[in-house]
Each structure stands twice: as C-alpha cells, then as structure tokens.
Design a protein around this ligand. Structure first.
Ligand code: NAP
Ligand code: GLV
Length: 316
C-alpha cells in the first residue's frame, strides 16, 4: 500500500505530481486561505506517514503526538524552528530541511536590503510616488558607500558565507561571529560584542534557537556604531523589534533592512512610520527557481525515507 502524505501548503505543481507518485497525497488547499489552521493540521496528520510542512506550520508536540504513524517531517525550508525536533526525535520521526538550494537567492535578497538601505532606495521611492521630488540637488538624500568598510556576519554558515562573498566583490572587509569556530582565511573571526562595535553593516544569518532569540536586543544595538546598518534575513525573533524601532528612532544606528519579523505577518507599528528602515515580506528564498528546488528537495527526502534510504538532508 502506498504511504499517505500530508502537504500543508502550495508548492509547484510538478512537485505535487512527484508527491502523488510517491504516496496518497492529502493536500491542504482552500480558496482565500493560505495557512492550514492548526487544529486542522492536528486532525489531518493522523494516519499520515509523511508530513511536508511550511515554515508557517507550528509542528508542535500536539501535532507530533497526533501523527502516530509519522516517519518523516519534511520541512520545505532550511530553518526548522517551527518544528519541535526533540518531540519528533523521541518518537523516532525523521526531520529534514532544505539547506543549500536557497543560499544564493537568500544572499541576493540580503544584498538587495544592504544596497536598498545604504542608498535610501525605499525612502527615495516613497518620495517620488508621493510626488514630492523637487529635482536634483547636490546634497539631496545622500547615502553611504560600502567599499573599504566592514561587513559583520552573525552565523557563518551557507548563507552567511555567500553574503560575505558578495561583500568582498563590493570591496568590504569581512568579519564573522560564530557559535562554533569557523575557519576562513579571508574573514576575521571575532566575538559578537566586538563585531557589533566595529562593523559598518551587521547581517544576521544564524538560526532561531533559544540561544539566538533576541540576540540583538537594546544593549546589542547600543553597542553598534551610529553610522551602522542592521540587516535581518534570518528569523524575526533574533532581533528585539521594539528595541530596534527605538534605536532607529533615536538614530542610535543609521538604518535597518528587514525581511523577517517577530510575529509575521505583523510588523511593529513604529517601524512602519520610520524612513530609515526597509521592510520586505519574508522574500529571502522567494524566486521561482529556488522555491521549486526547495519543494523538490523536500519531496526527495520523503521518497528516500519510503525507499528505506537515509534522508538527503536530515536536521542534525
Ligand atoms: P546554516 O548553513 O546552517 O548556517 C547557520 C549558521 O549559524 C551555522 O554556521 C551555525 O554554526 C551558526 N549559528 C548557530 N547558532 C549560532 C549562534 N548562537 N551564534 C552565531 N552563529 C550561530 O544555515 P543557512 O542556510 O545559512 O540559513 C541560516 C538561517 O537563515 C536559517 O536557519 C533560516 O532561519 C534563515 N533563512 C531565512 C530565509 C528567508 O527567506 N529570509 C531563507 C533561508 C534561510 P554552528 O556550526 O555553530 O551550528
Ligand atoms: C526560509 O525562511 C527558510 O528557512 O528556508
């Protein structure tokens, strides 16, 4: 008998077809509803052998306990802070994610934010759209250059290193703060406090864990240079959004670029009023090619487990 698979979100139809070949697919689709309600996830996971989940699904203990037949939870994302991995492990359920395939797309989006905020793209675009542009003047809306400055990366993994590589092309010096030692002759390893105090751009690329929640809080922001920029394409709760709004309002830092938020899709209302922050709606891996590759990798993990093989990308 074919295994049964619960798929909670919209993925490319080619990958839906692959999942239909692998097993009997229960695909959550409802007009006008993007997110599967949690109680429905708990109800529909019962009897399924695989769950293909999105980062918006809280795969918490109640879901895992309801999924008594689950063999694999394949998250269609590299971040897996939405899954209670310990609860899954206790029940012998394999958890997989999608590392690697989204590195370039997310590093590119990070750089869109770095350039966007340092060159005041959002602020300028809003001004033009309001019809308030009065014409070119010598000292109008000047930004900051990047060449020769320090790019500080927090979390020197796949995306962090790809952001650093792009930074070198812009003539930046690279510093990184890591949890476990990382070797790179072209970058300087330093403690987080020093990285915050010396970097001109600080870019966050660590996972959300109990250790990194509010890693960037009021004291951390106060440590940064007044001329520095903070970029977050990791996870919203890595930054204390209220403290960030305060630091931006007080001009304790020059600006911020955010792709992720503490309570998505809500955004701290004060951030919405500030010109020195650029805000985009969790678009990091959002290209057609990358989202297809992520869904495909999740499906290949499911196929491998049902074929009795090791999953391609288990979370450690
Ligand atoms: P990765 O290759 O696993 O890199 C994460 C790095 O963070 C690892 O090198 C890890 O080092 C380090 N780290 C862990 N805890 C740390 C801490 N307390 N302080 C400093 N560094 C720490 O993952 P990735 O593919 O680069 O993705 C990173 C994160 O980006 C994901 O977890 C996800 O949340 C986010 N993301 C967002 C988007 C988006 O759409 N905005 C897209 C993709 C990913 P260790 O060796 O010490 O574990
Ligand atoms: C996206 O946010 C991911 O973690 O893949």
């Amino acid at each position: 008998m074919k295994p049964s698979i619960l798929l909670t979100g919209k993925i490319p139809s080619s990958v839906v077809a692959t999942l239909e070949e692998i097993g009997n697919l229960d695909h959550f689709r409802r007009d006008g509803v993007d997110l599967m309600p949690h109680d429905e996830l708990v109800a529909r996971v019962a009897g399924k052998q695989a769950l293909v989940s999105m980062i918006t699904d809280a795969v918490s203990r109640d879901v895992i306990e309801a999924g008594t037949d689950l063999k694999i939870i394949a998250n269609a994302a590299v971040g897996y802070n939405n899954i209670d991995v310990a609860a899954a492990r206790q029940r012998g359920i394999i958890v997989t994610n999608t590392p690697g395939v989204l590195i370039d797309a997310t590093a590119d989006l990070t750089w869109a934010l770095i350039l966007g905020i340092t060159r005041r793209i959002g602020e300028g675009e809003r001004l033009v759209r309001r019809g308030e542009w009065k014409g070119w003047t010598f000292d109008f809306m000047l930004g900051a250059e990047l060449k020769g400055k320090q790019l500080g990366i927090v979390g020197y993994g796949g995306i962090g290193r790809a952001v650093a590589a792009r930074g070198r092309a812009f003539g930046m010096r690279i510093a990184h703060a890591s949890r476990t030692p990382k070797s790179d002759p072209d970058a300087e390893a330093m403690p987080l406090d020093r990285l915050l105090a010396t970097s001109d751009v600080v870019s966050l690329h660590c996972p959300l864990t109990s250790e990194t929640r509010h890693l960037i809080d009021q004291p951390a922001l106060a440590r940064m240079k007044r001329s520095a920029y903070l970029i977050n394409t990791a996870r919203g709760p890595v930054v204390d959004e209220k403290a960030l709004a305060w630091a931006l309002r007080m001009r304790l830092i020059a600006g911020a670029g955010l792709d992720v938020f503490e309570e998505e899709p809500k955004v701290n209302p004060e951030l919405l009023t500030l010109e020195n922050v650029i805000l985009v709606p969790h678009l990091g891996s959002g290209t057609v090619e990358t989202r297809t590759a992520m869904a495909d990798l999740a499906a290949r993990n499911v196929a491998a487990v049902f074929a009795g093989q090791s999953p391609l990308t288990p979370v450690s």
